[in-house]
Design a protein around this ligand. Sequence first.
Ligand code: NCD
Ligand code: ZN
Ligand code: ZN
Length: 345
Amino acid sequence: MAVESITIRQPDDWHVHLRDGEMLKQVAAYTARQFGRAIIMPNLPTPVTTVALAAAYQNRILEATQDHPDFKPLMTAYLTDTIDPQELVTGHDIGVFTAAKLYPANATTNSTFGVSDIKKIYPVLEAMQRIGMPLLVHGEVVSSEIDIFDREAVFIEQVMQPLLNDMPELKVVFEHITTKDAADFVESQGDNMAATITAHHLQINRNDMLVGGIKPHLYCLPVAKRELHRMALRKAATSGSNKFFLGTDTAPHAIGDKESACGCAGIFSAPHALEVYTQVFEEEMALDQLEAFAALNGPAFYDLPVNQGKVSLVKSNQQVPMTIGQNAMAVSPYRAGETLIWQLV
Ligand SMILES: NC(=O)N[C@@H](CC(=O)O)C(=O)O
Ligand SMILES: [Zn+2]
Ligand SMILES: [Zn+2]
């Protein structure tokens, strides 16, 4: 008999863009209503590079999520070529910084202040390795001669493997993996390496984005790849391996910025993320692995307790709205206008 409902320990979202200002107010509750904690990405227009900036941003998030008082935003530092290792160590010691984020300069949205050469931040990474502070990585090279569809695989060979050779104890999360190469690489590494997988990369391949007309709302970075990679990600997420966990990479952009001659990268998946993951796990006949992926593996990697609450989903059709929010700030949610078969209670 088909499963009609599922109850799991409350999940966390280990990769979230909440933005700031009006957009933050508009989107934050969608994350806070489902997840106990979220790792908050620091790529604001003014990047979150100091303890003071992170603490102030965390307060703005708490204010925007006051209807969900148990929600805990976990803050990250944005690594630049010149960031002071002591700032990270202090921020980690006092509990403001949970992790630090590596954006290769110009790899993605708001990454112009990112790292131009990883060797420049070796003293910072050494300090993080020493104190056990996780490094979160947007794993794509930016060289113009590398094809966009190969940028993640080339990053493994050119950056990730050499980094792990040099810092074998550094805790690293390979964020939003999109290739079989990355899934295999992560699985082959020790306990200090893990990966997040988005809901959309489990559902879409590059045909979904490009065949029959370009779908700007399915454009994100790293860009969706061939079907064989999507299949490998589904296998990794549902395999029971503790190295893979939930990270939606929900990344809202105003509709006008997506439907544009130069559309922004990012998919706003927060409103129905859990429903989408649940559908994928059901299709893979792995609903029994959903709790580990969504609620256990992440805390284990981050050395945090699991959440005490529970969430339930039931088999019940629901239609995703075409837009969320008003006027210039309106956003098109992932699967807009489509019917989802699971519903969060
Ligand atoms: N994933 C995306 O396509 N976009 C993210 C940045 C990122 O996670 O790379 C964003 O901030 O918009
Ligand atoms: Zn990224
Ligand atoms: Zn992201």
